[in-house]
Ligand binder design. Structure first.
Ligand SMILES: [Fe+2]
Length: 300
């Protein structure tokens, strides 16, 4: 199972795509109708899709999986009676599978038979530019993160890696987390994290963002759970996005950490002790994009 992409709707997809290319470092993949698809340097056909809509919302977050994984998810989703429908993807990479709505409304799409592409070379160091490789996690706000953690373990065969006071971190492969549910008191998109090649790429990305007038809303720093390096920004079109790298690989028998395992000394919120966090601005951005189901459930 792999996290592949997020599909967002917003008023100006062309403007959002241009910023994600010129400043954030993604590459144009394709434009189909009004939908702009952007890729990284890795093998996924695209990481972000922007479609035109007067409203801002998350259409789906897409995972790719094997036929066997898809069949197992389908059976358990049908058994639970979650809102779902079969889908055939018309996005780059194709594939077919299902859309499913989790409790609280988060919409995930699982595709089998989808194709990948050849990786591409990123920018040269001399260019001062950097490019994300792929998505590494998409995090959702929730009113009941515990319920969602148990639900995705039971129905999607995901595993909770760690629980903290703020989050339930969930994996779908050996990466410490591909998603997480934040204990926010509301349901929405929390942030989208892009995997960078290494620590140097994160730092050079921060430099290019600074050249373009953007400073981190949180970071740089190194998280506790997952051990990844981060720098969070608020994109000019709304959502919180992250440069990330070096997320921990965990074994299948990884001991699930509990909140008491993950506490910080006073005045610290990361391992390095260097990061400031603009809680107020992040909170506003985290409430902007909510999942929207504009389809009717169908038998799987
Ligand atoms: Fe993150």
């Amino acid at each position: 199972m792999k996290l592949r992409s997020i599909e967002l709707a917003l008023p100006d997809p062309a403007g959002a795509a241009a910023w994600m290319v010129d400043v954030w470092g993604l590459y144009p993949a394709e434009v189909r109708g009004s939908v702009h698809y952007l890729r990284g340097t890795g093998t996924m056909p695209y990481l972000v899709a922007f479609e035109q809509s007067d409203a801002e919302f998350v259409r789906s977050t897409t995972f790719t999986c094997s036929d066997a994984e898809l069949a197992a998810i389908k059976a358990r989703v049908a058994d639970k009676g979650w809102a779902a429908r079969p889908v055939t993807s018309t996005d780059p990479g194709d594939g077919a599978g299902l859309l499913v709505e989790l409790p609280e409304g988060t919409i995930l799409r699982f595709l089998a038979g989808s194709s990948e592409v050849d990786p591409i070379d990123g920018f040269s160091k001399a260019s001062k530019r950097v490019s994300p490789v792929k998505l590494t996690h998409v995090v959702f706000n929730s009113t009941d993160a515990e319920l969602l953690g148990h639900a995705v373990e039971d129905v999607l065969d995901f595993r909770v890696s760690d629980r903290t006071k703020g989050m339930v971190f969930v994996r779908c492969n050996d990466s410490h987390h591909s998603t997480a549910f934040a204990r926010a008191g509301f349901a929405s998109l929390n942030h989208v994290a892009f995997e960078m090649d290494d620590l140097d790429a994160v730092m050079r990305g921060i430099g290019w963002m600074r050249d373009n007038g953007f400073t981190p809303a949180w970071g740089p720093g190194r998280h506790g759970p997952g051990d990844n390096v981060y720098a969070y920004y608020i994109a000019p079109f709304g959502p919180v996005i992250e440069y990330s790298t070096a997320v921990e690989k965990v074994p299948a028998d990884y001991r699930t950490g509990e909140p008491d395992d993950w506490t910080w000394p006073d005045n610290r919120i990361d391992q390095w002790g260097v990061s400031d966090k603009d809680f107020a601005r992040l909170r506003i951005a985290e409430e902007r994009f909510r999942c929207r189901r504009d389809w009717d459930p169908q038998p799987l």
